[in-house]
Design a protein around this ligand. Sequence first.
Ligand SMILES: *Cc1c(COP(=O)(O)O)cnc(C)c1O
Length: 388
Amino acid sequence: MSYLAKNYNRKKISFKYGKGSYLYSTDGKKYLDFCAGIAVLSLGHAHPKLINSVKKQSKKLWHVSNAFEIPEGEKLAKKLCQKTFAERVIFQNSGTEATETAIKVARRYFFSIGKPNKNRILCVKNSFHGRTIAAIFASGSKKMTEGFGPKVPGFDHFTFGDHKSLIKKINKNTAAIMLETIGGESGIKVIPDFCLKELRKLCDKKKILLILDEVQCGVSRSGNFLAFERSKVKPDIVPIAKGIGGGFPIGAVLMNKKVASGMTPGTHGSTFGGNPLAMAVGNTVMDIVSTKSFLSNVKKLSKYFLLKLNKIKDKYPKIIKEIRGRGLLIGIQLHKDQAIFINKLMNNKLLTIRAAENVIRILPPLTVKKKELDKAIKIITKVCKEFE
Ligand SMILES: *Cc1c(COP(=O)(O)O)cnc(C)c1O
């Protein structure tokens, strides 16, 4: 009997503790954790530097209101701006709060320049931006919105990869296009660099803002600190979350000065967002994951892992349809049943997580070791063999 509501489809397993890339279950088994809390645990479990910063900060100060200055947040915001396109930052507690705040920033910007009707957000049909009321209607997904009406107005949708449908849906009231640089939940769908460039041009031409949701693909997961950086485009607003707290709930909205100008005192706030304990953790994660050597290691591991995965695909073309992704945000699209495959991996002590389009998401901690990748390759090969 559980007193928890049944809104999750949980696997019947729980964990006592974690260390690095491994999780130890309450029934005494050791698992390779390539779910990493869904791209959250960028430094794996129980990273000594994170433990230390929580310890240190928890003895000093956990929380103060945003009615006061918070130096730890100033520090993290400065680092985020120095490493990225951003010039201003707002801190939140989760991904969906960050995407909603991104929408608020876009709308408020046009309001502040005397164009309050320019308020519609154009999103990819069946995308994912979180689970709050506005975010589910931003997704345009029947599955996520069913039973949660009335419909939140202000969102339009175009088909992923369909340039004509995108152009057709832009009108004089469009404020922003919002999409993920690499779709996570939707099945590890990478937007090619040339498309990002064209998108930026289109937004400039139509005088609309570009919001790139990097809640999942951001914070070094892709091998760049932010995934769009490789394309050299500059978005206007970028929500991030999952990886930046390394397991502590943190969300943030990165933006340029122009759009930030609409966010005047009193327009937006959060009780918990950016509190000293969260910011101490965020600073530590940021210091580690944003260095050149850390990023080049993610790229190196990724290249190795993708090569090995593609070899498995070539050997088992009837089981694996496609290997997708960039950095350590990887998808294996299957011909076979996804749920059975995931369970078989779990029985072999490898934890992964599903995504749309019959894709298994593989999200190791960014601190994963080469020999742990080799272990995963062995398990995936074994499960493919079992399927034959
Ligand atoms: C996970 C995710 C969100 C929502 O984040 P929560 O922390 O679960 O609210 C939003 N956008 C993208 C792209 C995500 O992957």
